[in-house]
Design a protein around this ligand. Sequence first.
Ligand code: GLN
Length: 475
Amino acid sequence: MIDLKNLTIKKAHKSLKEGEYTVTELVTMYLDVIKEKNKDLNAYLEIYDDVLNQAKNAEEMFKNGEDTLLTGIPIALKDNILFDGHISSAGSKILENYKAVYDSFVVEKLKKQGVVFLGRTNMDEFAMGSSTETSAYGVTRNPYDLTRVPGGSSGGSAAALASEMALASLGTETCGSVRQPASFCGLVGLRTTYGSVSRSGIIAMGSSLDQVGPMGKNVEDVEILFEALNGFDKKDSTSIPEEKRNDFILKEKSFKKKIAIPRDFLKGEGIDKEVLKNFEESCEKLRNAGYELIDVTLPLLKYSLAVYYIVMPAEVSSNLARYDGIRYGLQVDGDKLYDVYAKSRGKGFGKEARRRILLGTYILSHGYHDAYYNKALKVRKEIKEELFNLFNDFDAFITPTVPFPPFKLGERLNDPVAMYLSDIFSAPANLADIPSISIPSGRTEGGLPLGIQFTAPFLREDILFTIGKDFEKLV
Ligand code: GLN
């Protein structure tokens, strides 16, 4: 028996390398757990039918000495990441039977290293939500408490990993969708620098905000995955060229052990008492470990969520225009072309997707474009500058990942504003294109996972890994 609970990428690699067990044996153990647990959790929407073939390929790589740390590692894929020949539905009815016709950049990179993709995981429809309840394929449950949500939108990827149904997983972030579910399921989750990992083959939500991000049981696993995914791709026009990355990183390589606490940003209503207490304790632990933590005032951060909820729906409305009932997915017949559009979209999209398309269309419409969209872009730029200046003096800033612990199924679903508050601490990183990580920071009295979040300058994931590994030892 393999101890899946304590397994990490490096441990699995060592055992596979030394022949303690084969990739097929490892993968079969995960498949057995999936058989047992997935019916209660609904973390996976599908287990790929070629898993054992993938395992055999990985075994060949070991035999030929072509293995890397990731060869044979069983990973879960969010349902909006294209994997050639397999369905990617983005949690939506409108793409129910849509089969990818090419590999996303991230899948292509991991495939080359012999990663085994176990299956595709449930998500909020088109990644819109914080609970995985807006999926067209039923809710996913939190492995720590089946009456609660796993977070979202990458809730399936988090629940699968937290319940030993995968060794690591991939999610995507537009605003918090990796970090928030990681926090709700006791995992490490990384939002990567915008442009660091290619968006090619990711079903788009908000193109100026979307990024793929890894989840792992510890910081090291997330770092290994990030290193594998990070890199220039000519198929993504916003991918950062290699020369620019190197210049930037060499010039900026500094580490002061100084972390800012945006005090005014933490004063808002709606922050749970246990979350605040855990946050203060986490800060204290870091101080005891030799970090300097200093209160700062960042007056613009509090506008982040409002700005996000203008920019994102605007981009959603234009990205989702392609689902017209003709080019992709579900088609409902109608007498006129307009009826085909209206009926297909009406039937194919759920309530939250429709809400955001309507909001976005309104925001971009003549007469409102300047008042909402352009104004939000201006504030976004100012938030970016505020953080850029902060990083002259600090390595990172710290907040809780989410203002409350995992909530009950149904508790926020009919109150969009309450749901959107999940993203309050996530939004600054996405708006400013910078990396941010959520690390488990303990539990509530009732045993629910809590997370702490660090956000660092552009392309400085290395800072997050250093602080994260230090923090991990203190919890
Ligand atoms: N909670 C965010 C939203 O509803 C999640 C977006 C994301 O990161 N995909 O928009």
